[in-house]
Write a protein that binds this ligand. Structure first.
Ligand SMILES: *[C@@H]1O[C@H](CO)[C@@H](O)[C@H](O)[C@H]1NC(C)=O
Ligand SMILES: *[C@@H]1O[C@H](CO)[C@@H](O)[C@H](O)[C@H]1NC(C)=O
Ligand SMILES: *[C@@H]1O[C@H](CO)[C@@H](O)[C@H](O)[C@H]1NC(C)=O
Length: 424
């Protein structure tokens, strides 16, 4: 799949074109660029770089509050250091979503591939696919979330494929990979709110509808077949939305845009409720079935549009931020705190009932990687014919391979530490 000729050609062409395109050129995302084909979802509309709205109902939470890892090393604190090792995969042993396949799309620089996350308190090992596969022997691991959840599971599949070849399995409601060598299954369930809802679409409705007190059955109906669930969410909450609890509308977000006469309760209240509903539903159902195992909440993945997403925002930095250069703040900090708090709240209940609830806290380390997004290389050879008037930039999803692989290295550490390894 990866052709050397393609790489050479692109490097050649791109050397002729400045990577940092003059700001006079209008870069724009389509105002509602939302193409959603069942599991395959490009979404740009919801991706604002910042949200300044703060709901009066949401408790304000200090940025640094909340430690994700109770025992042992806190993998979320550290720095990116240079590292010359090559990535474990390059797409020859796995299928990479086209818009994240940056090398094949002609991204000319490879600097972004040569950084390693160095936690302050300990060493983070390279990903060992065989160790991971042993740990998930006879298990079904489900990723539930949006296109960033898919981004992470694709990285994981690519990492694992270097050791063992998975088979794609048909399953209604998910994408599924089966590793016969270890009788292990990995699946991805599209569910951007975690709870039940209807996404906004290009052709309308122009807003999301969410039922904050009902978990989305699309994935939840399979809960009793899942041994480990990796939950994540975020970006789809940032477009105009209407929120239900029971039969009634309890508020909306960007109500003004909707011209609806409901209270604007902001995204934070809704996200907290959605996560709480989800965690409670898993706990209740797992307990009834008596097969409680593992739930991991992966924290919010920040985006890096320089300038607004709608003002020609790009992510043109080619190196990580240095320590202290970029602070975790505003929306990124707030969402992460909500996630950590909700996990903490549910944790004691979950542990009494016999299963592990953990946070995979990647927000800070991901925040330091503005260079890791697909940017203009979400499309093949964006500058092949000179500099176009409009260049779509994806500063939300991550290149594969890329810094998102680190998330799975930490995921592996969490699995290794798990005291009560689930066995069927
Ligand atoms: C991709 O990785 C495989 C396996 O490590 C290697 O044999 C191949 O040369 C690589 N291809 C490129 C273009 O780097
Ligand atoms: C994984 O999926 C395969 C194929 O659908 C199935 O035969 C197997 O029992 C599953 N294993 C686990 C542990 O879920
Ligand atoms: C909006 O709701 C408020 C309070 O329920 C009401 O007083 C007001 O008349 C409503 N406005 C419109 C335009 O419906």
């Amino acid at each position: 799949m990866l052709s050397r000729k393609m790489i050479r050609t692109s490097t050649f062409k791109n050397n002729l074109i400045k990577r940092f395109v003059p700001s006079s050129i209008l870069y724009a995302l389509p105002p509602i660029g939302l193409i959603c084909l069942y599991f395959y979802c490009h979404s740009f509309a919801p991706f604002f770089s910042t949200i300044t709205h703060h709901s009066s109902l949401s408790a304000s939470v200090p940025a640094e509050k909340g430690k994700a890892y109770d025992n042992g090393c806190d993998y979320s604190i550290g720095k990116w250091v240079r590292d010359n090792r090559a990535p474990l995969y390059n797409g020859t042993t796995c299928k990479i979503t086209k818009s994240q396949n940056c090398i094949v799309n002609g991204r000319p620089d490879s600097n972004y591939l040569h950084w390693r996350w160095k936690p302050s308190e300990c060493h983070l090992s390279n990903f060992e696919p065989n160790t991971f596969l042993k740990l998930i022997n006879n298990m079904h691991i489900a990723f539930v979330g949006d296109s960033l959840s898919r981004n992470q599971i694709e990285s994981l599949i690519c990492l694992l494929s270097t050791a063992s070849k998975p088979k794609r399995v048909r399953h209604l409601g998910s994408r599924k990979w089966y590793f016969p060598s270890h009788n292990a299954n990995l699946s991805f369930y599209w569910s951007p709110f975690l709870v039940r809802g209807v996404q906004r679409k290009n052709r309308g409705p122009i807003y999301n509808t969410m039922y904050l007190d009902h978990v989305n059955e699309r994935w939840a109906r399979d809960i009793d077949q899942m041994d480990l669930i990796v939950l994540s969410f975020g970006h789809w909450f940032m477009v105009p939305s209407i929120y239900y609890e029971g039969e009634s509308i309890i508020g909306c977000f960007k109500c003004h845009d909707l011209k609806f006469n409901y209270t604007d309760i902001g995204i934070y209240v809704a996200m907290r409720k959605a996560l709480r509903t989800t965690l409670n539903s898993i706990i209740e159902r797992k307990v009834v079935k008596g097969n409680g195992n593992y739930v991991i909440v992966r924290t919010f993945s920040p985006s890096h549009f320089e300038g607004g997403w709608d003002k020609g925002g790009t992510c043109s930095k080619s190196e990580p931020y240095e320590n202290g250069e970029k602070k975790l703040e505003e929306m990124d900090a707030e969402i992460r705190s909500i996630e950590i708090e909700e996990v903490k709240n549910a944790k004691s209940k979950a542990e009494q009932l016999g299963f592990n609830l953990e946070v995979l806290d990647i927000t800070k380390l991901a925040l330091l990687r503005p260079d890791g997004h697909a940017g203009a290389y979400m499309n093949p050879f964006p500058f092949a014919n000179g500099i176009p008037k409009y260049v779509q930039n994806d500063c939300v999803h991550w290149c594969l391979p890329g810094p998102i692989d680190t998330w799975n290295e930490i995921f592996l550490e969490i699995m290794k530490k798990g005291k009560n390894h689930p066995h069927k």
